[in-house]
Design a protein around this ligand. Structure first.
Ligand code: NAI
Length: 303
C-alpha cells in the first residue's frame, strides 16, 4: 500500500527550515499541494526573509510538485487567516494543517521577561490556535481534515530555562484533546508530534553522541501518516526521533477512596500518599469520575 495525498491541499507552518521543510517536502513528494508558510527570521523570532519559504517552494517545484509560499507570522491573527486563505484561494480546499512554526526565547524563570514568555506562547500556542481556528470551518464544511500540532518534551517532561516554551507546548495538547471531540463527527482528526531532531533550534542542545542520527526527515513519516486519509487515531501524541516512534499518554494511579460522607483530614491525605502515588499498576488516565460510581457503590454511598 502506498500512502498518497493526490488532490489534498496541505499547509505546513514554519516550513522554510528544519522539521517543517521536511514535512512539506514529503507531503509534496506524495502528491499534496502545499502552502509553504514561513516569515523567515532567527530562532528567537526576530527579522524576516521571504527566501526561507521561497527556497522550499522551489525545491518542491523542481521535484515536480506543487507549492505556493506564504510569508505571514502565525502569531498574528490576520497573518494566520492569510495562510489559510492562500490554500483556499489557490486550490479551493484545505485538507491538512501541520502547525509546526516555532521559536525559542530561553531563560530561567526568575530572569525571564514576561514579554518573552508572552511572545513564545503567542507563536506556539496562539499561532496554533489562530491557524486551526481559521482552518476549522473549511474542514467542517468538507467533513474532512487532518490537523497536527507540534509539542515537546519541554512541556511533557519539562526543561530548565524553557517555562515559556514548555507551557505553550502543553497548551497545544489541551487544544487537541478538546478538538478531538469537536472534530470527531466531521472526520477531522487532531494529533500531536513530539519530535527530537537536529535543527538550528536544537543543534547546541542535543547530546553530541547521537546528533548525527537525529535527522529531521525521520520525524516526517509520522507526521505525514497523521495527515493521511489512512490515519485512524485522534488526540494522540506521537514521539519521533532518530527512527524511533512511540505514543505518549497519561496514566493514573488506582489511588484511594475515602468515604465522602465523612470529613477528610490533611493527615488522612498525607498518610495515604504512598498509595495515591503508587503507579506500580497504572491505568490509562480517565479523569476524576473514573470508576467513581463503582467506588461509591462499594462503600454504600450510592445504590
Ligand atoms: P527551526 O528553527 O529549524 O524551524 C522553525 C521554523 O519556524 C523556522 O523556519 C522559522 O522561520 C519558523 N517560524 C518561526 N516563527 C514563526 C512564525 N511566527 N510564523 C511562521 N513561522 C515561524 O526549528 P525546528 O526544530 O524545525 O522546529 C519545528 C517545530 O518543532 C517547532 O515548533 C519546535 O518547537 C518543535 N520541536 C522541535 C524539536 C527538535 O528537536 N528540533 C523538539 C521539540 C519540538
Amino acid at each position: 500500500m502506498t500512502i498518497r495525498y493526490d488532490d489534498r491541499v496541505a499547509i505546513v507552518t514554519g516550513a522554510g527550515a528544519g522539521l517543517g521543510r521536511e514535512h512539506a517536502l514529503l507531503l509534496a513528494s506524495r502528491g499534496a499541494r502545499v502552502v509553504v508558510n514561513d516569515p523567515g527570521g532567527s530562532v528567537e523570532g526576530t527579522g524576516s526573509a521571504n527566501s526561507a519559504a521561497d527556497r522550499v517552494v522551489a525545491e518542491i517545484v523542481a521535484a515536480g510538485g506543487e507549492a505556493v509560499a506564504n510569508y505571514a507570522s502565525v502569531a498574528d491573527r490576520e497573518g494566520a487567516n492569510s495562510i489559510i486563505a492562500t490554500a483556499v484561494d489557490k486550490w479551493g480546499r484545505l485538507d491538512i494543517l501541520v502547525n509546526n512554526a516555532g521559536i525559542l526565547r530561553d531563560k530561567s524563570f526568575h530572569k525571564m521577561e514576561i514579554s518573552d514568555f508572552e511572545f513564545v506562547v503567542q507563536v506556539h500556542l496562539m499561532g496554533t490556535v489562530f491557524c486551526t481556528q481559521a482552518a476549522w470551518p473549511v474542514m467542517r464544511a468538507q467533513k474532512y481534515g487532518r490537523v497536527v500540532v507540534t509539542t515537546s518534551i519541554s512541556g511533557t517532561l519539562g526543561n530548565f530555562g524553557q517555562t515559556n516554551y514548555g507551557a505553550a507546548k502543553m497548551g497545544v495538547l489541551g487544544l487537541i484533546n478538546c478538538l478531538r471531540q469537536e472534530g470527531a463527527s466531521y472526520n477531522i482528526l487532531t494529533n500531536a508530534i513530539s519530535p527530537a531532531a537536529r535543527t538550528r533550534m536544537t543543534e547546541a542542545l542535543l547530546p553530541e553522541s547521537v546528533l548525527e542520527w537525529l535527522k529531521p526527515e525521520l520525524v516526517s513519516p509520522a507526521v505525514a501518516w497523521l495527515c493521511s486519509e489512512e490515519c485512524n487515531i485522534s488526540g494522540e501524541v506521537i514521539a519521533a526521533s532518530a527512527g524511533s516512534y512511540s505514543v505518549v499518554r497519561y496514566v493514573q494511579s488506582d489511588g484511594v477512596q475515602f468515604d465522602p460522607g465523612e470529613p477528610v483530614t490533611i493527615e488522612m491525605f498525607a498518610e495515604a500518599l504512598p498509595k495515591i502515588t503508587d503507579l506500580s499498576s497504572p491505568e490509562p488516565h480517565a479523569g476524576n469520575l473514573r470508576k467513581l460510581e463503582d467506588r461509591l457503590r462499594a462503600i454504600g454511598r450510592i445504590k
